[in-house]
Design a protein. Structure first.
Length: 85
């Protein structure tokens, strides 16, 4: 098994229930892409205010994250290996 190093460091958005709001889910909300309803429903279930009709999704996401009390955690990356098990 070969050690390939670590993945790049990144920021994780931790929700109050201990789960992570993944960057891709947040991007879907910002751009109102297919599947954004599921990610928005997670925030609504945690107490985020409902988005008003016609509001900017990126602005709503910022307000929703603040309303539910998310925390940004620095993740230092994970170790990567390649080979047969």
């Amino acid at each position: 098994m070969d050690y390939l190093g670590k993945t790049r460091p990144r920021r994780l958005t931790m929700l109050p229930d201990g789960s992570v709001l993944h960057d891709r889910a947040a991007q879907k909300i910002r751009r109102a892409e297919q599947g954004h309803q599921y990610a928005a429903a997670q925030l609504l279930a945690l107490g985020a205010p409902r988005p008003q009709p016609g509001c900017d999704p990126a602005l709503w996401l910022r307000e929703a994250l603040a309303a539910v009390g998310t925390r940004n955690i620095r993740h230092r990356g994970v170790h990567r290996f390649c080979g047969q098990f």
